[in-house]
Design a protein around this ligand. Structure first.
Ligand code: ATP
Length: 232
């Protein structure tokens, strides 16, 4: 569903992403680990078509994102570390607004249901987002992904700064999306979540994917050892 072939991005003579080959299928949760500056956000931004590759291609459902920007963007939802929501609007009003931008229209009951299914406490649905915790904001992001019927989730450190309970709730939502066949690419620094929630784990260093394996094939201890070894 998500494929990178020799995907490469240079900034001047600095190579931020170097010949990435990657395949993420429906129902996969691929967790991308790596130190600051390793190239994780660059990878996500290339799939989003926010930036253009210098070589290779990023495809979603076999469509090159640079050649089919509209079709590919319709298939995906993106949740960055800090989701942009209107703080003066309620969660429900935000969801309604962003669904409208994507020409999806739901009535009030359906929007309430989408937010509840995404774990937002019912008494917050009609409160302004300015009163939300970061975890609650990320739940609105998941509700939007559901509302848009996204087949692909691109997540850039969505759980950084969340407390363990909120992070765990977010993982549950990802597993639920996985059951629905959504393909997920998540950049994260959270080794525990990568092992716990991811189906696949990649470790990136200086723009190169140096490890790529199924998370069931490593213990948490071995993952930590491998990660630390590569960080030197
Ligand atoms: N617009 C830009 N111009 C020049 N260099 C850039 C630009 N954007 C990113 N880079 C560089 O590319 C490299 C990869 O950055 P990227 O944001 O992909 O890393 P990352 O793995 O997501 O790191 P982090 O964990 O800090 O988010 C970094 O060295 C960064 O400084």
């Amino acid at each position: 569903m998500l494929e990178a072939t020799n995907l490469t991005k240079n900034y001047g003579d600095f190579t931020a992403l170097n010949g990435l080959d990657l395949s993420i299928k429906s129902g996969d949760i691929f967790c991308l680990l790596g130190a600051n500056g390793a190239g994780k956000s660059t990878t996500i931004n290339l799939f989003l078509n926010f930036i253009e590759p210098d070589a290779g291609q990023a495809t979603i459902n076999a469509m090159d994102v640079t050649k089919h920007p509209k079709e590919t963007r319709q298939l995906l939802s993106y949740i960055p570390e800090n989701l942009m929501l209107y703080s003066n609007l309620t969660g429900l009003e935000n969801l309604d607004f962003f669904c409208g931008l994507g020409k999806k229209h739901y009535d009030k009951e359906q929007l309430e249901e989408l937010l509840k299914q995404s774990g937002l406490q019912p008494d917050f649905i009609h409160r302004r987002v300015s009163s939300y915790s970061k975890g609650m904001r990320q739940k609105v992001g998941i509700a939007l992904a559901r509302a848009r019927g996204a087949r692909v989730l691109l997540l850039d450190e969505p759980t950084s700064g969340l407390d363990p309970k909120a992070s765990n709730e977010f993982s549950e939502l990802l597993l639920d999306m996985k059951e629905k066949g959504v393909a997920t690419l998540m950049a994260t620094h959270d080794l525990f979540r990568a092992k716990d929630t991811g189906t696949h784990i990649g470790i990136m260093k200086q723009g190169i994917l140096i490890e790529d394996f199924k998370s069931e094939d490593v213990s948490f201890h071995d993952l930590e050892k491998l990660y630390l070894k590569h960080m030197h």
